[in-house]
Design a protein. Structure first.
Ligand SMILES: [Zn+2]
Length: 725
């Protein structure tokens, strides 16, 4: 995954990684008594409204959480490093598939042949006048007593996937976090990056963008390191949760989505493909050699970089040397040879067929592949998925069958660019687009404390309601909703504009209502050798009650979407969001030759469609009062179809300009920020360009983009209101 707030563990510093000291409880099961009282209360309340009683199964589901089940799956999934395309990850797929089929859920593997990247040769040495050369070991050290020391040798050597092969000997330049503005600062201060090796620290932007920015600034190669200020302000693992001095953040640098050899279509057998050379020369590839290094190695390089002293906010933490900009006199000699090769990946797909509406899908997904052991990223999510599946099988034994089909997905090669989920969505595009109610993603279930959610807005209300029914795993007297409120001071719910995890293809390519959630906002040993079961057991979730809480809300939302007769979507939140976005645009284009009236008109249409639908829903409820046999299943189906398809209407065939794979015009990555614009990425891009160039043509493009979003909002309004013009 690409964590929110950049890769930085600074986010983790804001929300303490450690749970508050608590007596070790045998099991943090949610106590069923208050639930049953709530069930009875809710049932009588619903009876007053003449709606069907809430599902007994939802309450049963919440009472069945098992810390031991989650812990056992996590331990089994993380016995070895299991990078995509390796035999170890195929073994992990077998674990997931057999766990799911043991519940008699029909389960299959969907393989794809895709372009992955592995390191073949790496070396890095440092020299400076009057000094002995240093050759870096480029290894992450194990610690005395590390139970995973022996299998650590199976972990992939530290590298940056898809970096170009090559050898560079050049002076080093320090580029802070490697953002566009950092390279602009260097240029403004006369520091020439051309032909140099850019040294940048992880933490503020996606690492693929750091390398891309270095390339665009003219650097011949890039070296990325973890600064102790961001990743080790406290005791390092195994004594504390922070990154050890030799820890290295491994990761992807491809900025595209899906298999690089099939850029707009599925990697099906025998399909059309780009050659490896063509794929590697794409602009979405970093194009220069690059390596990640540890905090210790990064500091060794910084000690030998001279030149002007870097600004205050470019400096390290306590005890760090003074950082200077360079170039030189430190000279880095970097050699990297990548092995880009076609490899087989496998998604695991498990289906619980719906009883009344089997051809409507509620899809839950998490990835399995990891850079190393993956105890946090991603297998805390896999463990939660399997624990949730265990509970669903218990429900089945008690007679439950979902109304709609529930599909449990375990993706492969997410770390290489969301490949497994993207290929599957591309392969099944038309089927998924016509039948999927929602996609519910969990990547890392637990990275620390605090609850964080991103979603398309029609799910906001459902999430709030569901979180009130789940216990706060760190405080038995509170709900998960309380924790959620406490951990998000400014904004409760994030949106899905960026390319952070496997929801991308579902939302941004085909327009399916989606959510993504996690307990914790970041962790220091991210993508390093130390993301293992010991870290999770000591620092992430000692009692595994956080895993259980994620499984609880994930499953509860899934049950409500699969079992309730009318889909629990609320589009008034969406209308408010569209309106807020319009107000922001208005502020940004004040005094410019741009009219927002088409946008205002379309939002007004959308709002009246929301009201019309609410009225119809009320009428439908009233119909059920008397006589009961007049209940109209086709009317309910019509309303559900409109609720489901409204999100699809926000997509457009041509997609975002310059990024045609991204079809959603409301949520998608902005050109200038891979983490995503909040809203209206196409308009955001056009405004940024117009503000830079200020030509009448550039303001016309802003107007064009405003017309485009207005058109999709009008389409969405028509779908929601269910009427032709
Ligand atoms: Zn992940």
């Amino acid at each position: 995954m690409r964590p929110r707030d950049g890769d930085s563990a600074a986010a983790a510093a804001r929300a303490p990684l450690l749970p508050p000291p608590a007596p070790r409880r045998a099991a943090a099961r949610f106590h069923p008594l208050p639930l049953l009282i709530a069930a009875a209360f809710a049932a009588s309340y619903r009876l007053l409204l003449f709606a069907p009683a809430p599902s007994y199964y939802q309450y049963l589901f919440l009472s069945l959480g098992s810390n031991d089940t989650a812990a056992a799956h996590l331990r089994a999934l993380t016995v070895r490093p299991h990078l995509a395309g390796t035999e170890a990850n195929a073994a992990a797929a077998v674990h997931v598939a057999s766990a799911l089929s043991s519940h008699s859920f029909p389960t299959r593997l969907t393989p794809y042949s895709v372009l992955l990247s592995y390191p073949a040769r790496r070396s890095l040495s440092l020299s400076a006048p009057g000094r002995d050369d240093t050759t870096f070991a480029l290894t992450q050290e194990t610690y005395p007593g590390d139970p995973y020391a022996a299998v650590s040798a199976e972990a992939v050597p530290t590298f940056l996937a898809y970096a170009a092969s090559g050898s560079v000997t050049a002076e080093a330049v320090y580029a802070n976090y490697g953002r566009v503005e950092d390279f602009a600062y260097l240029a403004a201060h006369g520091v020439n990056v051309t032909g140099k090796v850019a040294l940048a620290r992880f933490g503020k932007v996606y690492r693929g963008d750091i390398v891309k920015n270095a390339r665009d600034a003219g650097a011949a190669a890039a070296v990325l390191y973890t600064d102790a200020k961001d990743y080790a302000p406290g005791k390092a693992f195994p004594d504390g949760p922070w990154m050890p001095p030799t820890g290295v953040q491994v990761g992807n640098t491809f900025t595209g989505v899906g298999d690089p050899t099939t850029p707009m279509w599925a990697s099906s057998e025998g399909c059309e493909r780009l050659s490896v050379a063509e794929a590697m020369s794409s602009d979405d590839m970093p194009g220069i050699p690059a390596l990640p290094v540890s905090g210790r190695d990064g500091e060794a390089i910084l000690q030998l970089i001279g030149g002007d002293v870097a600004p205050e906010d470019w400096q390290g933490g306590d005890g760090a040397p003074t950082y200077r900009l360079g170039p030189g006199p430190a000279v880095l000699n970097l050699t990297y040879t990548g092995n880009e090769t076609m490899a087989t990946i496998q998604n695991v797909i498990s289906v619980i067929e719906g009883k009344e509406e089997p051809e409507r899908y509620v899809i839950l997904g998490n990835h399995r592949d990891a850079w190393t052991f993956g105890a946090v990223d991603p297998n805390s999510g896999t463990a939660a998925l399997l624990e949730l599946a265990q509970r669903l099988s218990e429900l089945q034994k008690k007679g439950w069958r979902p109304r709609r089909t529930i599909i449990l997905c375990n993706w492969d090669a997410e770390e290489y660019g969301l490949i497994g989920s993207t290929e599957w969505v591309e392969e099944n595009r038309a089927m998924l687009a016509s039948k999927t109610v929602a996609y519910l993603n969990v990547d890392c279930a637990v990275t620390g404390s605090g609850f964080y959610v991103s979603a398309t807005p029609q799910l906001d209300e459902l999430l709030k309601e569901a979180s009130k029914q789940v216990q706060n795993p760190d405080n038995g007297t509170q709900s998960l909703y309380d924790l959620w409120m406490a951990s998000n001071s400014s904004r409760l719910i994030g949106r899905l504009g960026g390319g952070g995890s496997d929801y991308s293809a579902f939302v941004q390519h085909i327009g399916i209502p989606s959510l993504d959630m996690t307990i914790g906002s970041g962790y220091a040993v991210y993508h390093s050798l130390y993301d293992d079961f010991i870290w999770m057991e000591k620092f992430g979730d000692p009692l595994f009650q956080r895993h259980v809480a994620v499984a609880s809300i994930w499953g509860l939302v899934a049950l409500r979407l699969s079992d309730e007769e009318i889909l629990p979507f609320n589009y008034s939140c969406y209308a408010a969001e569209l309106e807020n976005g319009a107000m922001e645009i208005n502020e940004r284009v004040l005094g410019m030759p741009v009219s927002l009236s088409p946008l205002h008109t379309s939002i007004k249409e959308f709002k009246s469609a929301v009201l019309k639908l609410e009225f119809e829903l009320k009428a439908l409820q009233t119909w059920k009062i008397w006589p009961p046999w007049r209940k109209n299943p086709l009317k309910a189906r019509d309303i559900n179809d409109r609720l489901m398809m409204t999100e699809r209407a926000f997509t457009e065939r041509e997609g975002l300009s310059e990024r045609p794979w991204y079809k959603h015009l409301i949520y998608g990555p902005s050109l200038h920020n891979d983490y995503g614009a909040e809203l209206y990425p196409g308009v955001d891009d056009a405004i940024q360009t117009a503000k830079r160039t200020n030509t009448s043509k550039s303001w016309q493009s802003v107007q064009h983009e405003i017309h485009r979003i207005s058109r999709v909002i009008t389409q969405a309004a028509l779908v929601l209101s269910g009427g032709l013009t």
